[in-house]
Design a protein around this ligand. Sequence first.
Ligand code: HEM
Length: 375
Amino acid sequence: ELTYAFRGAHQAGVVTPVQEHLHFAAYDLVEGATREDLIALLQEWTAAAERLTRGQPVTEDGAVGGPLLAPPDDTGETLDLGAHGLTVTFGFGPSLFTGELGRRLGLTDRRPAALNRLPLFAFDLLEEPISDGDLCLQVCAEDPHVAVHAIRNLTRIAFGTAMIRWSQIGFGRTAATTRSQSTPRNLFGFKDGTANVMSDETEALERWVWVPDDAEPAWMAGGTYLVTRKIMMTIENWDRVSLDEQQKIMGRDKKEGAPLSGGGEFTEPDFTHVGADGEPLIPLDSHVRLSHPDANKGQRMLRRSYNFVDGNNPLGQLSAGLFFISFQRDPQQFIDIQNSLKADTLNEYIRHVGSALFAVPGGIRPGEWVGQFLF
Ligand code: HEM
């Protein structure tokens, strides 16, 4: 049975080999929820998530071990399934620390300076009900039932303290975090995750993903910042674009994922190469050129996104896209790269409709509960 450790120096679900399925949920605290309520919730969530990670029901009584005349603690639909590589990653949104809520919780002075709502970017068409949130849970697993069961049961535990603001189901990872995983493809048919920060790139992880131990505030030591962007893809329009143009938009070839400057999938792109027509082989407005560290003061991020299809829209088109997830030591890395993508030709085929930023506290060590050092 595939299981990942729940406790450690960092939270699971970041460098963990990307699982195939996602259920991501953002929560808002209910009217009147107190600091004590939030602490109790985080303690209960920690205990339940640790059990789920082992493939166990949320409590010892579970789905069938409790009193016959009470609703069971666990909803039971995964009784026979096991852990399937489940990870639960916890995050705190800017709204938890600000305004009336932040004051009521006594968290105003605990907000990391970097934890602000993301700015509005070019082409953003954000919908408020599917953006932001006070808390988040990123649940990933190799089985969709296991992922949905975890969110369902953790949401039940939150009843009376926090409720779901929005959630997103994702299928098919669009990233790799270890070279032993093949590079998957996104819904545009291109390999995605080739140049990702990998779990064995220790130096790059320290530099671009993990908040250092001496950082401010101290409760973020070993943590990271999580960005989600719900990106709709106008699939039918894309499907009418020639292969040549599709490759020029991405800056990579569709079959191998190799940069248009030549070589194989993992050859570094050479942005100086020009073709017979004098034009750069990797166009100036291609996605890979604009998102590459060379165009972003060397900055990188760890991407862990998923495909989604939410049925179809009223025009009969697929309501589909990329649920983009990235982890970075400082949200500014995402902000800078996203700003650089303003010139990206890909923008003709995508629309960002949801956006959120969460602070992911450091790992949960034995005996601790998530976010303990925040209080
Ligand atoms: C690279 C697709 C949105 C950041 C790539 C690659 C593909 C791709 C196919 C090349 C393979 C790879 O290295 O992973 C897409 C699609 C998007 C999207 C279809 C939207 C629907 C974004 C966004 C960001 C981003 C919003 C960040 C703001 C990156 C980065 C790379 C990359 C940093 C690696 C660049 C490098 O180091 O060479 N993307 N992407 N992408 N993308 Fe995206």
